[in-house]
Design a protein around this ligand. Sequence first.
Ligand code: ADP
Ligand code: MG
Length: 683
Amino acid sequence: MENKNNFDYLLADLTKLNGVGKKTMETLKKKKVNNIFDLLWRLPKSYTDRTFITKTCDLLVGKVQTVRVVALKYQFPRVRNLPNRVNCFDSTGKIDCIFFNSHEGYIRKILPLNEEVTINGKVSSYKGRYQITNPTYVSLDSSIIETVENKYSLTEGITEKTYNKIINQILKNLPILNEWHDKEILKNFDNESWNDAIVKLHDPTNIENYKASFYKRLAYDEILASFLVNSEIRKKIKKIKKISKKFTKKPFIDITNKLDFNLTKDQLASLEEINKDLNSKSKMFRLLQGDVGSGKTIVCLISALNVISSGFQVALMAPTEILARQHYALAKKLFPKNLSIELLSSKSENIEKKRIVKELENNEINMVFGTHAIFQKKIIFSNLGYIIIDEQHKFGVRQRKLLSDKGGNNCDVLLMSATPIPRTLTMSVYGDMDVSIIREKPSNRKEVKTYSKLESKIDDVIKFVKKEIKEGNQIFWVCPLIEESKKIDHQSSVNKYKTLSELFPNNVALLHGKIDNEEKEKILNKFLNKEYAILVSTTIIEVGIDFPNANVIIIENANKFGLSQLHQLRGRVGRGTKQASCILMFKTNLTINAKKRINILKNSNDGFEISEEDMKLRGFGDLLGFKQSGVKNFRLADPIQNEDLFVMAEKQIRKIELENSNIDKYKPLLKLYDQADIINDIV
Ligand code: ADP
Ligand code: MG
């Protein structure tokens, strides 16, 4: 196949390859290899060197070796089940080739008498004679065999030989792509072209050569592609024209007068950024990122009131009803009484729901709170100007884009997330949005004191809990993920509930994944109303809910959690002004590594810093929420090893944005690396 300038070759179906049939294609598809391009990233793990020819007198039994011999005599027994045999020799000795299941004709063809053939295979010994059974290679053209062959982590049903044939075929036919990088960028990679780099990637002598220019170039390609797609989506959203929102300082003053604290500098700065976007003539698509307890809610509520005062409706969506209710209650408290704000709850009477739906459509409601239910089809806003979405870090780029489209052109969008991510990843995870960050915690906060305790010291913990309860504080008791199995986790929380109930009668509540939403909410509400002192739960303690009175969190089997996750859990307490504590319990003494991890948590209360460290220790894939978020994993690039490349790509994106450069030359890059539909949408 001649493909030198055929870009589409890379995106072609595997059956376009010689030697790949339907079966092989299906096998590879199961491994998420859908086209030729995907195959390029399955890298060789090691290689077999067949360049060395062994004389028959030097053969070693049990080893795979290559010999160059002449066939002397065939032995084709007429008895079934006996193998065919070919006696061969070289100048130093003899060896037999044994064939099970091969026809006479075929053997005569590949091993003609009196001609020199090269044979490769595992050498054994039988009745004092060397033999190779079912040789891997037999060829008259020794150059085919005497090569170095890569070993890939093989897929069942595909032999190494076939696999190498396929890869070599692809490498030979790689289309020559026009360079997409600027000259200055390419200099950083020794001007390595994409084609050369790909060939080098499969060169056995380059295995694990992560520091080499070709490798870095390919990693950079991948990073830039992911950043660029997001940047294009962002640009596209920013181009959407809207009616700008006009408001005065009054809503801000009204609300802040009702607060018994001052907003932090970061809260004010974020609000300023949001206001500016609301005022502008283009659509806002912004992320408000801030650690747990950094005070995002108040920022979004002030901005909501600004939008309402400019004559638009606002919708706030929370991941759970209880959180929606909490935000609603706060707005009720802070907003002027003449406004109409509503909670659309699954529990409301049907009549009530119908009334809200009707009033939203008639522009009689200024702001509605709820779960995703507020975006059902039947709900029509007459004048929606602002969507706020709380705690939806699990939304991927695509879902966010859909959401932004849903609101219509005049609708600004604010997402809030308490999941800090390492800086290197911001562009690939949130690059489609503008980002405001609240780093600073309210000044009245005392840092949560973090302790580790062995499970055998449970009596000390109980003593501590008793003391806290006496002081009127509440406690979260998080039961561990013992196994990956929900059933066992469930059992462990039930058992814990029983033991604690004996110690603290009528003062313990239990929450686990099997309890339905309605019941769950009842329990949480009771806990909020201080009807129980202890809440035993699996890790499902709601994100975002403000429990000002909960002061202690105990996390069992803490080594089962990532640092970011522990930090999130810890963030459930310490929202009031009292000193809060987090007790991490362990089954056995900590290893040095585990100690290091826990010390990071003890010494830092900064979610961003913790997420950086967590990533360094556990790798990117395990970071909280990432697996679910649909953020794609990189093939070569590693956010830890290639931090410099991430920084370089970010700079390049900023440059492209600033100079408003035409990105046509990057189109092949985007098409190859992000074969997502979204490309059609943006490019
Ligand atoms: P999150 O950013 O995790 O959503 P919240 O908005 O729920 O945090 O705020 C957590 C708690 O901090 C709330 O009780 C809120 O009233 C309080 N809070 C918010 N801003 C400040 C501030 N500037 N000073 C003191 N307390 C604040
Ligand atoms: Mg929140």
